[in-house]
Design a protein around this ligand. Structure first.
Ligand code: NAD
Length: 508
């Protein structure tokens, strides 16, 4: 056992164990936080929030940079814990931590520039006013996380919320509380003064208590089904939320694409982390004249991959046992509807592992094409051109990420723009997740709102508009002493300015 609960003052009524998914060995025991304990954590966070918000931008940045350095120094320990608790290979655990570090760094460095006070133009009508825009912290943000990327995903909300000046109460997935606990303890090492980042553990009900508590915003990452429940809970207090949900990302290959690179990227995008990736590749659409060549290359690449718990394994076990049933149903449904298995099939399921599965000619209405599978499976379909690939990709209730492989830059950019998703990578897979300046999020059942980048910082702040009268106005319009003559003057000014501008534009 590597983890037990030490933080907080509340006495837990019940506990739960977290297990190594490959061996079912108990990793740690954690309390189930009830309504009162969650409320107490939010109360403590409220006080911490005013201390944290009262620090200067520079002081917060220094502390966040210290947290980043701490995680970097102990990346080996954290990666071991991620590996043990999720089953993913050590290299993949290190990769997600590295990406999280890059995001903490970006959020810390850019918070002041994005959110700090700035002067904006007042315009001719309000020329006597000095106008200032700034983004103030919300207060306490509740972060509810998933288990598949237990560092990268919650840090995408936590780092940006903290950099914006908020305190955070974090409920990690019940499958990864030890990793969540490590993150919170590491922050307390570098910011010992106040509980600016706290941990509450438990299952769905603990998350529900957090959504119903006095937090000022919920940052939820998980399935669309749970997001609906969280939104309903948030509705009680009109608590806003950002929802980062699942996807059914498409990977579209044009006839002029580098097929070796495409096969390698599709294999990794679909199978790394056992396919348990929100922006993982789930559907591949290939232009017909390269379809067979691509399928051969993909099959060859994928057949060499092996799940396991040993250090040489390409990917690990399914972290959540119930997801194996979903994957099994999707494969069975695809085959029953006339789909063809090119690599693997139902027999690839050897709990808790699933070998690679490539399915071809799967009807578009199959669950393997319409629903998030979240397993190491890929469907490959033939399309006439990139446009048809985009059309089929867009025929989905999800809209998270996506990939285009093409040798034609202009066509690839046009297809990327046409995809109804929040993010698209061209000639590489999931590259957008590694660019901290880019916003991350989706639409439809993939959720709403954004983490990462400037939008991710603004997600955790409220815009504040301030005007300061610098001199008396030519005509005081907001006074009962205003005369008809005053109104005439201002109307003729507006008419000259607005009609004058419009006719100038028309002449141009
Ligand atoms: P989940 O929806 O089952 O759980 C997510 C979190 O919500 C967990 O912490 C859980 O305890 C909590 N929860 C459950 N019921 C709740 C309730 N009623 N009220 C409040 N909280 C509740 O999802 P999961 O299985 O942990 O994660 C997998 C899903 O997450 C997939 O759909 C995946 O695509 C998605 N995901 C999305 C992103 C993204 O950034 N868009 C990133 C990672 C994972």
């Amino acid at each position: 056992m590597v983890a037990t609960w030490t933080q907080g003052q509340a006495t837990p009524a019940a506990t739960f164990d977290t297990l190594n998914p490959a061996t079912s060995e108990v990793i740690g025991t954690f309390p189930v936080f009830g309504e009162a304990e969650v409320g107490q954590a939010v109360d403590r966070a409220r006080q911490a929030a005013s201390w944290w918000a009262g620090l200067s931008w520079k002081d917060r940045q220094t502390r966040l940079m210290a947290w980043k350095s701490y995680i970097t120094r102990y990346i080996g320990r954290l990666a071991e814990l991620v590996h043990t608790e999720t089953g993913k290979p050590l290299g993949d655990a290190q990769l997600e931590i590295m990406l999280a570090i890059v995001h903490i760094d970006w959020a810390a460095r850019h918070a002041r520039k994005v959110l700090g006070p700035r002067r904006v133009r007042s315009g001719l009508v309000a020329i006597n006013q000095a106008s200032t825009l700034e983004y103030q912290p919300l207060g306490v943000v509740g972060v509810i996380g998933p288990w598949n990327y237990p560092v990268f995903t919650p840090v995408g909300s936590i780092a940006y919320a903290l950099a914006a000046g908020n305190a955070v109460v974090f409920k990690p997935s019940e499958f990864t509380p030890a990793v969540g606990g490590w993150l919170v303890s590491s922050f307390a090492e570098v910011v010992p003064e106040q509980p600016v980042l706290q941990l509450v553990t438990g299952g769905g009900q603990t998350g529900d208590f957090l959504a119903r508590s006095a937090v000022n915003k919920i940052a939820f990452t998980g399935s669309a089904a749970t997001a609906r429940k969280v939104m309903a809970a948030c509705a009680q207090n009109l608590t806003p939320m950002v929802a980062e949900c699942g996807g059914k990302d498409a990977f579209i290959i044009g006839s002029d694409a580098d097929l070796d690179a495409a096969a390698d990227a599709a294999a990794w995008g679909a199978l790394s982390n056992a396919g348990q990736t929100c922006i993982g590749v789930e559907r591949v659409y290939v232009v017909e004249n390269v379809y067979h060549t691509f399928l051969d290359k993909l099959s060859e690449r994928v057949s060499q991959l092996r799940p396991g718990e040993d250090r040489e394994a390409d990917y690990g076990p399914m972290t959540m046992p119930s997801q194996i049933d979903v994957v099994e149903k999707h494969i069975a449904d695809a085959l029953a509807r006339g789909g063809r298995s090119v690599v693997g099939g139902i027999a690839s399921i050897r709990r808790p592992f699933i070998g690679p599965v490539v399915l071809a000619d799967v009807p578009e209405e199959s669950r393997a094409v319409t629903d998030e599978t979240f397993g190491p499976t890929i469907t490959v379909a033939k399309v006439a051109d990139l446009d048809e690939g985009v059309r089929l990709a867009n025929d989905s209730r999800y809209g998270l990420g996506g990939t285009i492989f093409s040798g034609n830059k202009k066509a690839a950019m046009a297809a990327a723009r046409a995809l109804h998703s929040g993010m698209t990578a061209i000639n590489a897979v999931v590259a957008f997740a590694s660019v901290p300046a880019l916003p991350f999020g989706g639409s439809g059942d993939s959720g709403f709102g954004r983490i990462h980048g400037a939008d991710g910082l603004r997600e955790f702040a409220r815009p504040k508009a301030i005007t300061r009268q610098r001199m008396k106005p030519m005509v005081n319009l907001t006074s009962f002493s205003r005369t008809d003559q005053d109104m005439k003057k201002i109307l003729s000014l507006v008419t000259i300015l607005q009609i004058g501008r419009a006719s100038c534009r028309e002449r141009v």
